[in-house]
Design a protein around this ligand. Structure first.
Ligand code: PBG
Length: 324
């Protein structure tokens, strides 16, 4: 056969493939989520997230130092609130001596340059396990937004570089931005979970923080996974309201949404490879059905190829090792 063009020429060796690779991962692409618990010298493995731990502040700081040394530049903090401090107002969320606030300070003291992002939503603090305040079995939007503003200001006061609202209430980005401005936090960023879908893939995360909803589900505030246009609407509104970075979550089942948003927005786009995505790869690897390292590389490369500038992933540390 005489061919004018043989596409396989560009695939014939590792050297050539690496020359023409369109997507290249680097350490600063990744946000490392961290689960934080009370106590000292505690690291508890999460049953549905093998190899992933909830740590006390001291061990979290140690982990952050290690992450910094590998080239990771940002951590995304989540805390596990004690049951006796949970209620339906979420007030522990803006306790200036709360676990989140102490964690932010400890991390910024130890590794000042690490970009600290904090989860903003009431679920870990809610006696109902919902992201907002509950009245008559409904999540009340406007009162919740007031709580989220207090929570965000409290995180900024403790030293957070970015607040990351993951609650999906209406109008919260604008309200948080105003709250930050009014209190002089003109350098605090907002990474909005703009298109956050009501997803079964959050299951293991709720085990990690003991934050599963006590009644119903989150479909009245998180998005319906049947929808695409709605993700655009949510994201453009968040940008208008002041989001510095937008996020699509989960990642692997939503690559089309990541690409679509990347094509139309002018702010950095992040994606969250969530707990269930981690658990799937871990479980299949444990069974010997998938090669874990290859699955990690392929999944994260595909998320970046889809258009994510930043990727939150529980494989953050593993991927750095694999890239070396
Ligand atoms: C809480 C929150 C959730 C996640 C991040 N922030 C869970 C939820 O919305 O129920 C999920 C992260 C993961 O599954 O890895 N608002």
């Amino acid at each position: 056969m005489i061919l004018q063009r043989r596409n396989s020429i560009l695939r014939q060796s590792h050297a050539i493939r690496s020359m023409v690779a369109e997507t290249v991962l680097k350490p600063a692409d990744f946000l490392a989520p961290l689960f934080i618990d009370e106590g000292e010298n505690i690291a508890t493995e999460i049953a549905s997230m093998p190899g992933y731990y909830r740590r006390s502040i001291d061990l979290t700081v140690k982990e952050v130092k290690e992450l910094w040394s590998t080239g990771i530049r940002s951590v995304l903090l989540f805390i596990k609130c004690k049951d006796e401090w949970k209620d339906n107002t979420g007030k522990e969320a803006w306790n200036k001596n709360g676990l989140m606030q102490r964690s932010i300070k400890a991390i910024k003291d130890a590794v000042p340059e690490m970009v600290v992002m904090t989860d903003v939503a009431l679920d870990p603090y809610s006696s109902y396990g919902h992201d907002g305040i509950v009245k008559d079995n409904e999540i009340v939007n406007d009162e919740t937004v007031e709580a989220l503003v207090k929570m965000s200001i409290s995180h900024a006061t403790a030293g957070a570089d970015f607040v990351a609202p993951s609650d999906m209430m209406d109008g919260r980005i604008g309200a948080i931005r105003n709250g930050l401005e009014e209190n002089g936090f003109t350098r605090t960023g907002i990474m909005s979970y703009s298109a956050k879908y009501a997803s079964c893939f959050y299951g293991p995360f709720r085990d990690a923080l003991d934050s599963a909803p006590g009644f119903g589900d989150k479909k009245t505030y998180q998005m319906d996974y049947a929808n695409r246009t709605e993700a655009i609407k949510e994201t453009l509104m968040d940008i208008e309201e002041g989001a510095d970075i937008v996020m699509i979550k989960p990642a692997m089942a939503y690559l089309d949404i990541i690409r679509e948003i990347k094509n139309i927005v002018e702010v950095p786009v992040s994606a969250y490879q969530v707990s269930g995505e981690y658990a799937m790869i871990k479980a299949a690897a444990k069974m010997g059905w998938l090669n874990e390292e290859k699955a990690v590389l392929e999944s994260l490369t595909s998320i970046k190829r889809a258009g994510a500038d930043l990727i939150a992933t529980y494989f953050a540390k593993d991927i750095i090792r694999l890239l070396e």
